[in-house]
Structure formats: C-alpha cells, structure tokens
Design a protein around this ligand. Sequence first.
Ligand SMILES: [Zn+2]
Length: 403
Amino acid sequence: MRLSSSLASAGVLIILLTVSSFAASDAQLKQMKDAADKVLADTDNVRASKNAGAIFDYASALEVLGHTNAALVYLERGLVYSPWRLEEQLNCARLLRGAGRHQSADEKARLVLQRAETDALLARSSEMLGQPFVGSLKTEPWPDARPSLALVPIGDVDVWLVRTLQSNLISSFRIPVVIRQPTVRLPAANRDPVKVLADRCREPLKKSQFKSKAGDAARRLSLAPSYMEDDAAVLKVFRQLLREESENKKDPEALRQFDEEVQVTRKLGKQWKADEVLAETSRALSGELPAGNAYLAITRLDMFAGESRYVFGVGDSRAQGAVMSYLRFTAALLGQPPDRERLSKRAYKQALSSVGFAFGVPRCSHPVCARAYPNSLEEHDAKGIELCELCEQSFKKALNPKQ
Ligand SMILES: [Zn+2]
C-alpha cells in the first residue's frame, strides 16, 4: 500500500494574512518595511505573491500612522502580486479616493462589487459607489398558497446569497418562497475535522510496514515518543513520510494534495451533524409548518452525515425540510479567486437538490442534472444548473399533487 493512496485529495487554500491595525513603533516599522521591500525585490513572482502579506501589513501600518501616500504606494505595488485580495483592493480604493483619483477608486470598488462573496465586502463597495445594499433579512409570513417554501438562515449567513437563492427558486418553481427566522438552538459541534484527518493519517502509520519508519521520522522531527497521541504531530510525521515517498518517486503531487487538504481542513472550524441541524430546525418550526409546505435551512457551518467526511446538504420529506451548507463552495475556504456568480450557481444547484428531498422528489442519477449526487466539488461544478427531464416531472408532480 502506498502512503499517498491513504488520503483523498481536497481543494486548494491560500491562507489570507490578516492585517493588524496597531500603531507600530519605529523599530517595528523599520522591520515591516524591510520585510515588504524584500518581497518587492523578489524576482520569483510566485514566491512574492505568496509572501505579499508583508507588503499589505506595512501599508496598513503606514496608514495607521497617517502616511497615506506611502501606504497607497505599497498597497498598489502589493496588489500587482496579489490582485485577488478584494479587502486590499477596497482599502486601496479608499486611499485612491482620498488622493483625488476617483476614477481608479471607483474601478476598484466596482471590481469588488462584482466579485465579492461576502456581505461585508459588498456593503463596503456598495457604500463607496453610492449604491444601496440590503444587509439584513426580513421575516415574511407563510403565504396562504400551497405548496410554499421557506428559507431559514442558520447562524451567520450572507444575506445576499439567501436573497439570490430566494429569487432564483421563485423563478424555478413558480411557488412562493419566503424567509422565516425561528430561533434554532443548535447543539454543540459534533466533531473537529482536524482530528478526523489526523485519525485517517494514524491508521496507516500504525501498520507494520510504516510503524518503524514513522518512529524514525518522529525522532528526526524531534517529536516526543508519544507523538501518536498528538494530532498535530501525527500530521507532521505523515507529511514527512509522504515527502520522502514523493522525493523517491519524483512525484510531488500527493504531497501537494496533502498540504492543501491540511490547510483547508484547518480553516473549516468545527463540524455539525447534518441530521441534528435538520432536527433542530424542524423543532424550531414545529407548529408553523403547514402540510404540503417545506423549508430549506441555509448555513455556513460545515456538516457531515454518517461515515462521510462532509456533506453539502441533507433533506427529508417526512421532516418537510432540508439543510444545506455553502461553506465548501466559498473562495475564502478554497483559495480560489472570489467569484460571486460561481458561488451563487454552486449554492443554487445544491438548493435544487435539497429542496427536492424536502418535497419528496427522488434522487437523480443523471450526471449533469443539477440534482445529481456529487462526490466532490469538481463533480458539483461539472453539473449544469438545469434539471433533467425526470426531475422536472417529479417536481411538477410533487408541487402540483392534484395533477
Ligand atoms: Zn435529475
């Protein structure tokens, strides 16, 4: 058995460096300038892009000290290496406006307004362009018409996405779709995905053919003999063995995939059992969900079910409901350039699938139908946003039971 075959691949992630807003001392400022200049002098563009955070940190420190012109110079230079940092694009737009360069400022704000995936960035860019942005959801009463669908936001969700789904689902199904916001009391998170990943790495390390190699690697990494009890240490040892295997075979792909998976997993936060989220939402809606109607809960929390590492959504016609998570569709998690249209499509396909389950529409086996089961985000992206004929018919039957 190859070590690299023990793990499936995952998406890519770039760690977004956070910008500090404290006033730096002279010595700190000098250190930050040196770090920023070092990146700017780097002739390796890939490495410079990876380390561009140092340029933005210095620009931020300069701005805090009131050196806005110098801050702008560094921001613009940093964005040459990292143009997809929309937060920095907006900071740059703000400083450009302050410097009287209104056209360039608006151009940047428009870019953010077009591409951003979060309410926070959309609100800021809208404000900069003098455009309205609705950042909150209004609870709407259940309509008399049946069937109707309610969208139920769970936790911190992006309002623009819920509103976009609402209008898309209204046009698709031609039934009323309203927003309901009952108090959903979520249970504590069920598991830590970093621990789940470490457990998957532990399995092969315990096997006889890797055990002594793993022990040697742990010693070389100066880890305690009890390293197997520590998740971070297990990941380090696994990576070390994978690295040696990659070097021997001159194939860096497995190592690259592993590094990506670790990075994405660390960004996920905790995971909730999808069935429990569904059950709690049903409980919160109990007494107000008329027969024939259904709900779709939307969350950013990561979810899993049964033996799966994660799920995009689950639904149950007996509960007249479904729940979907869009966290794994976001550019921030995957390290992709932000693309609101792409996020919107990914979420819409999942919504069609989940709403189908809530209304009792059977599973679909057509690979490009929006409701086909995807084994990965790649498969999800490969699907169209249209329903296959069978799903169309099943929806018609489910939503017009008298026909
Ligand atoms: Zn289908």
